[in-house]
Structure formats: structure tokens, C-alpha cells
Design a protein around this ligand. Structure first.
Ligand SMILES: [Zn+2]
Length: 263
């Protein structure tokens, strides 16, 4: 995850209270009129207001079959981007539901801090649609793990919540505990691409008890946002090193400047 906002330094008691408050707010949300998950304007029913809906940018073909980044024009089926050929990632294919922008950032943020857990099923359905090809061949989903210290502070892992929602929508099971974050990484915000890669070096590991869920399996990594790809790369390498047959990546939102084709 490239855009984690660090919460180190915030007193633990306050964080625990914040989590309790989020649960209470979720309960209240079921009873009170809904607000738009992005701009907080009142909405009919659930989810996003019409203005935010219209701004949400879903990713569809034509895109690079490897990286999933949209092409400016349609080069025909199966064409890869220059990026995919010059620097292929450890994971096989990446797919994303929407472009990372103001609206999707607000959605991810609302999920991450527990404001809008009610949005997870809908986001899961969008992810399942965007990743339908990789999910059709998948044995299990692997959420990008948080370090235990951060998960303890935040009470939940937004990638695990998305994975559960994708599992409910697609029927592909979640391989819980298949991957662990063994190093508490510094914030990725503000780091260069090289620094981000160094930051997650050795950060992920398949624990002995997770091996059976990984060896020979076709796995789909699930994360909320894809920026530099360093986190996903670290996870994919750890899974492949442990014997995974294939690792694809499915994220809710990705930074997606249109790319040129290889021809
Ligand atoms: Zn709105």
C-alpha cells in the first residue's frame, strides 16, 4: 500500500476509542439517513451521490494485459505496454476497478478508518468485475497484510475487508494467514520509487503455517491502492519464493496515467 497514513505517536487509548466510535457510527449509519461516502452529501439509499458517481473513473479495456494500465488508443488484443516489457513485475497480471483520484481516495479512506464499512460489499463487487478473468483461474485470495502493530492500532485491515468482499462476490476463498508482514515499514508517502522498493525489501514472508495455502496454488493478491507497485512486488516475490504457482494482483484503485503500447 503506497498511501498509508502513519498513526504512530497517537496514544493507543485514543485509537481504541476511535475504533469503538467507528463501530458505533456504523451501527448508527444503519438507522440514520445515508451520506455520500466521498463528499458526505445526503444520498437516497446507499453509497455515492450522483455527482460523485459521475466522477468515479472505472477502468476498462483497452489496457495492457499484463499491468492493466489503460491505453490511450486500442492497439488490438493481447498487446503489452512498454512498461510491462521493460520492467515486468513479479506478479503475472494486475487489474484495478477504478483510477485513483479524489473520489476513489475518499472511498479508500472511509474504508480504512472504519467510517464506511458498509461500502465494502459494493467495492468488492466492482473488484470482482474488474478481476473476473484472474478470479476465474484463482485458488485463493491473499490480502496484503498490515504489520501486527498497525493492525492492532487500527483494529482492521482494509485489504482483508476488501478480500472478504471479493470472496463473497466471486466465491474464491481467502487464504488467511498465508502472508505476514514481518517488518514494520516506514510510510511510503514521499519516497522515490527506489526508496519504496528498498522500504518493503524483506518485509513480507510466508509463515510455516501458511505454506500449505501457497505451494502450487494460483493466488490473487488483494490491496486497496496501487501506486508504485513496490508493496505488491514485495508480496508477490514472497509468495512465489514460497512456491505459489501464480500470483495476480487485484486492487480497488490504481494510479493510472495512460501508457503507450510496445509497438
Ligand atoms: Zn458525493
Amino acid at each position: 500500500m503506497g498511501l498509508e497514513v502513519g498513526i504512530a505517536g497517537v496514544p493507543r487509548l485514543r485509537q481504541a476509542t476511535g475504533a469503538a466510535r467507528a463501530v458505533l457510527r456504523f451501527a448508527l449509519d444503519l438507522a440514520l439517513p445515508q451520506l455520500c461516502a466521498a463528499c458526505r452529501a445526503p444520498v437516497e439509499g446507499q453509497g455515492l451521490c450522483p455527482a460523485c458517481w459521475s466522477k468515479l473513473s472505472f477502468i476498462s479495456r483497452p489496457y495492457c494485459e499484463r499491468l492493466g494500465i489503460p491505453f490511450v488508443y486500442d492497439p488490438g488484443p493481447g498487446i503489452l505496454s512498454m512498461e510491462a516489457i521493460a520492467a515486468p513485475p513479479a506478479y503475472h497480471r494486475a487489474r484495478a476497478a477504478v483510477r485513483f483520484d479524489e473520489i476513489s481516495r475518499a472511498l479508500v479512506h472511509s474504508l480504512k478508518y472504519g467510517d464506511r464499512l458498509d461500502m465494502a460489499p459494493m467495492m468488492g463487487r466492482w473488484l470482482s468485475h474488474a478481476g473476473r478473468e484472474v478470479l476465474a483461474e484463482a485458488d485463493a485470495l491473499v490480502p496484503v497484510p498490515l504489520h501486527w502493530r498497525r493492525r492492532w492500532a487500527r483494529r482492521f485491515n482494509q485489504s482483508a475487508m476488501l478480500a472478504a468482499a471479493v470472496s463473497a462476490a466471486s466465491g474464491v476463498p481467502v487464504a488467511a494467514g498465508a502472508l505476514k508482514r514481518v517488518k514494520a515499514t516506514a510510510q511510503q508517502v514521499g519516497l522515490s520509487r527506489t526508496a519504496r522498493a528498498a522500504n518493503v525489501q524483506g518485509a513480507f514472508r510466508v509463515p510455516p503455517e501458511g505454506k500449505s495455502a501457497v505451494v502450487g496454488r494460483r493466488l490473487v493478491l488483494i490491496d486497496d491502492v496501487l501506486t508504485s507497485g513496490a508493496t505488491a512486488e514485495g508480496c508477490a516475490r514472497a509468495l512465489l519464493r514460497a512456491g505459489a504457482a501464480n500470483v495476480d494482483l487485484l486492487v480497488f484503485a490504481r494510479v493510472a496515467d495512460a501508457v503507450r503500447t510496445s509497438i
